[in-house]
Design a binder for this molecule. Structure first.
Ligand code: SF4
Length: 475
């Protein structure tokens, strides 16, 4: 499993998700709850727009000087006793991790939640090589048991309710306790504890890396990243190459925005800072530290008209507000990056071939633009994707023909006028009871959830003329 999470085509995926009431209810409830909490925290902080602007400037500054900060970071990590590996592709990244696992004779890896490791398909590569990978984030652990991909970047199991979770625990681990979150969490915690103690390697992502000190910042609500980075002898942190900040001062701002935007909290439960491997007088920590910095297409994005998307701090706020995400959930997108951010970044990293439908899973309501803590103009970037898709003739042939016909008629005023009159007359005959007489193909899909108004045979221009005259007469 890597960036692409489904082999089913987009329309079928969407239909399956729309017909899944459990997912839709779970996602709607989560959106409501997280959205309300987020708003409370935004109001409490005050001057939210100023904070957004500041956060956006920090991210832009980093992107404009990324080469220098990457250099500084790698120097610092090396000086602190760690090893840095720059991975150009996802294969480079997984091969390096496999190499480390081999050198350590690792049989078991414990892992904290990390989207970039999903993106590069790390679990699959390690498992193929005979290394057991245990997800230790509660949601990810349940999904791993159920062989189900994540559907949200912050709340991976957002689509499941507690009955489904209990069923998974019962079928996979023989759990027969109550259906309460507390009891099920306790059960999982006891299982994972043994894995923390026996794993040779701990893998984490990296919310932010501080160039000035070579530190890696991990933000969790469960404390599992601390266990992954203190108990196993080797720690591998995997980060997207853009997740850098110059100093702790900027982290302060970004963490303030991240926690509020992601889960509607002032801070997440655990904020962990790691600066290299264990030193002689440290009581815990790994003996070896590796930082894998993943490019996987990001350099190309940096120099493109989509570069703003690299400001993303993966807070998930755009998903929590998106009406399309509310109806089709994360699995509707078929990418480990769903929602508005997924609609932008998936085609950039994974290519249009697999993800060209995603920019169309959007009504351009711009709700995501408003909540994004780093001011990414997501709706504009989605429209840019649509433009590229049209310019490169990746749309359906029938659509291309229709657009050509429309363009031709639209640029011949006489033809347009005749067309409008003829169209209005035909519509009177053609539409009955809200549906067209011939309801097939794209028309049937469009009218599946929409009724057309019954037409009276009058064209818009004629109606408008009458309407204006009436207005004049009425004074
Ligand atoms: S695009 Fe903005 S709102 Fe969406 S995950 Fe990234 S930072 Fe958060």
């Amino acid at each position: 499993m890597y960036l692409k999470t489904s082999e089913v085509d987009f329309k079928t995926r969407v239909r399956q998700q729309v017909e899944n009431p459990i997912m839709r209810k779970a996602v709607a409830n989560a959106q409501e709850r997280i959205g309300a909490n987020r708003q409370k925290m935004v109001d409490e902080l005050g001057h939210w727009e100023f904070w957004r602007e500041h956060a956006s400037e920090i991210r832009d500054h980093v992107l404009q000087n990324l080469d220098a900060y990457l250099y500084q970071l790698s120097e610092k990590v090396t000086r602190n006793g760690g090893t840095v590996y720059f991975a150009k592709t996802k294969e480079d990244a997984t091969n390096y991790i496999l190499q480390v696992a081999k050198a350590k004779n690792a049989r078991k890896v414990v892992k904290a939640k990390s989207m970039v490791t999903e993106e590069i398909g790390m679990n699959h590569a390690l498992q193929q090589a005979g290394v057991q990978v245990i997800e230790t984030d509660l949601g990810e652990y349940i999904l791993q048991l159920d062989q189900d991909p994540p559907s949200h970047v912050v709340v991976p199991a957002i689509h499941k309710d507690r009955h489904q979770i209990r069923r998974v625990l019962n079928e996979q681990l023989g759990y027969d306790g109550p259906e309460t979150p507390e009891a099920m969490t306790l059960f999982i915690r006891q299982k994972i504890r043994q894995d923390f103690l026996s794993a040779e390697i701990g893998v984490t992502g990296c919310n932010f890396a501080v160039a000035e000190t070579g530190s890696v910042c991990l933000v969790t609500n469960e404390g599992n990243a601390r266990m992954c980075t203190t108990l196993p002898k080797t720690h591998i942190a995997v980060m997207g190459m853009e997740r850098i900040v110059p100093t702790f001062e900027e982290v302060d701002v970004l963490i303030t925005m991240l926690a509020r935007s992601a889960v509607g909290a002032r801070l997440t439960g655990y904020n962990t800072w790691l600066t290299g491997p264990r030193e002689a007088d440290n009581v815990d920590g790994p003996e070896e530290f590796h930082l894998v910095i993943v490019d996987n297409g990001r350099s190309a994005v940096l120099g493109s008209e989509f570069k703003d998307v690299l400001r993303c701090i993966r807070c998930g706020a755009c998903m929590n507000t998106c009406p399309a995400y509310r109806h089709i959930g994360g699995h509707g997108y078929g990418s480990i990056y769903p929602g508005p951010i997924g609609a932008v970044i998936s085609p950039l990293i994974g290519g249009y071939k697999d993800f060209k439908d995603l920019p169309y899973a959007c009504s351009i309501c711009t709700a995501c633009d408003t909540v994004c803590p780093v001011e990414i103009p997501l709706s504009k970037l989605i429209l840019r994707h649509r433009r590229v898709i049209a310019e490169q003739n990746m749309t359906q042939k029938s659509e291309q023909r229709m657009i050509k016909m429309f363009t031709w008629a639209n640029s011949h005023p006489g033809m347009w006028k005749v067309g409008m009159v003829a169209g209005a007359r035909a519509a009177k005959w053609f539409i009955k009871g809200g549906k067209p007489m011939i309801n097939v193909g794209a028309i049937a899909e469009w009218t599946q959830a929409r009724d057309l108004p019954d037409a009276d045979g009058e064209s818009f221009r004629s109606w408008f003329k009458k309407h204006k005259a009436q207005e004049k007469n009425n004074g």
